[in-house]
Design a protein around this ligand. Structure first.
Ligand code: SIN
Ligand code: MN
Length: 208
């Protein structure tokens, strides 16, 4: 486990090759039930370069009306499929949080896709960390402070890596500068998949 910044923890190769292949299979079923869609920027309607879907009770969507969580797929209207068990186990092992994740955002990056610097702040609960899992081609991941102007640094994320950001890093700006094509054989078409698990609502207080 590597901690490049307070609250940021990298677990290189957390998922071995067999576990990565099993995750890709599980994601095929997710995408069959909840097809990939192209999110759009609020207001401008400009399309993201990644395609997305979700699993879990809640899914994150973005369109001209804004960013939000919703219980149904924006195109099909169907509830999101369940989060694969292997991801729930990873959350239990790495998140150090007493309640399960409610949302798993699936970002699919073609070789030219990227993700601008942003904060994850559409959740009600910032006590839970973000758990991010990388599959397929490596990427140059950029991570900064909690203000847009703070210094940033970049490091590579590889297939099978798990990353948590919580505590002082929970609201840190982050993004993906670029995909490094040809760095993984996991996905036949190349490209990268990122899975972001999040707790959205505050868990009910424990009784007793
Ligand atoms: C995201 O912040 O939504 C995605 C990050 C990543 O692809 O690693
Ligand atoms: Mn994010």
């Amino acid at each position: 486990m590597i901690a490049p910044l307070p609250g940021l923890r990298l677990h290189p190769g957390y998922f071995d090759r067999a576990a990565q292949e099993a995750l890709v299979e599980a994601l095929r079923a997710v995408v069959a039930a909840a097809p990939l869609f192209t999110p759009r920027m609020p207001k401008t309607g400009k399309p993201f370069s990644v395609r997305m879907t979700n699993c879990g009770r809640l899914g994150w969507v973005s369109d001209a009306a804004g960013y939000r969580y919703q219980t149904t797929h924006p195109d099909t209207g169907a509830p999101w499929p369940a989060i694969p068990a292997a991801l729930l186990h990873a959350w239990e092992a790495l998140a150090d949080y007493p309640a399960p994740p409610e949302a798993c955002l699936v970002n699919v990056y073609a070789p030219t896709a990227r993700m601008g610097l942003h904060q994850d702040r559409d959740e009600e609960d910032f006590e839970a960390p973000i758990l991010s899992v990388s599959l397929g081609d490596s990427c140059v991941f950029r991570f900064g402070g909690t203000t847009r102007g703070a210094a940033t640094r970049s490091f590579r994320l590889h297939s099978g890596d798990a990353l948590t950001f919580g505590g002082p890093a929970r609201l840190a700006f982050h993004g993906v500068d670029r995909i490094l094509p040809g760095t993984s054989t996991l996905l036949a078409q190349g490209g990268r998949i990122n899975l972001t698990l999040r707790r959205v609502t505050k868990p009910a207080p424990a009784r007793g």
